[in-house]
Design a protein around this ligand. Structure first.
Ligand code: 5GP
Ligand code: ZN
Length: 119
């Protein structure tokens, strides 16, 4: 299924739910997390509805490669300082035990000066 009408991130991508856009192209969409954990916290999602990393197949290699190459560029644009003093964290929660709450594949990009720590 390329679009799930019940999926909150599909609705965000379609503009049916407002979001603070960070980036968009024909395959990827990035937007600020509504409950940020850190000074910089945005999500990058494929526009196609893929529930999680667990559903990825070799056909998705190029798409996911593009997503990962985009992340550091957007992190800098959003105010993360350059590597190695700055940098950011990538989180991709997958499944219930992985802490995933929204079942549309998304990568968290989290950064900024740290009082925040991993749990
Ligand atoms: P997960 O736990 O599934 O990895 O993270 C889902 C993330 O999506 C959470 O950090 C949550 O704050 C964010 N989120 C959930 N609903 C919305 C929404 O309607 N808009 C935005 N911008 N973020 C959302
Ligand atoms: Zn979706």
């Amino acid at each position: 299924m390329s679009h799930d009408p019940n999926c909150i991130f599909c609705k965000i991508i379609a503009g049916q739910i407002p979001s603070r856009k960070v980036y968009e192209d024909d395959e990827l969409y990035a937007f600020h997390d509504i409950q940020p954990w850190a000074p910089v916290h945005f999500l990058i999602v494929p526009k196609v509805h893929i529930p999680s990393m667990a559903q990825l197949t070799p056909e998705h290699e190029r798409l996911m490669g593009r997503l990962m190459v985009l992340a550091p560029r957007l992190a800098l644009e959003q105010g993360c300082l350059p590597y190695p003093q700055g940098g950011f964290r990538i989180v991709c929660n997958t499944g219930e035990h992985g802490g995933q709450e929204v079942h549309h594949l998304h990568v968290h990009v989290i950064g900024g000066p740290r009082p925040w720590r991993k749990g």
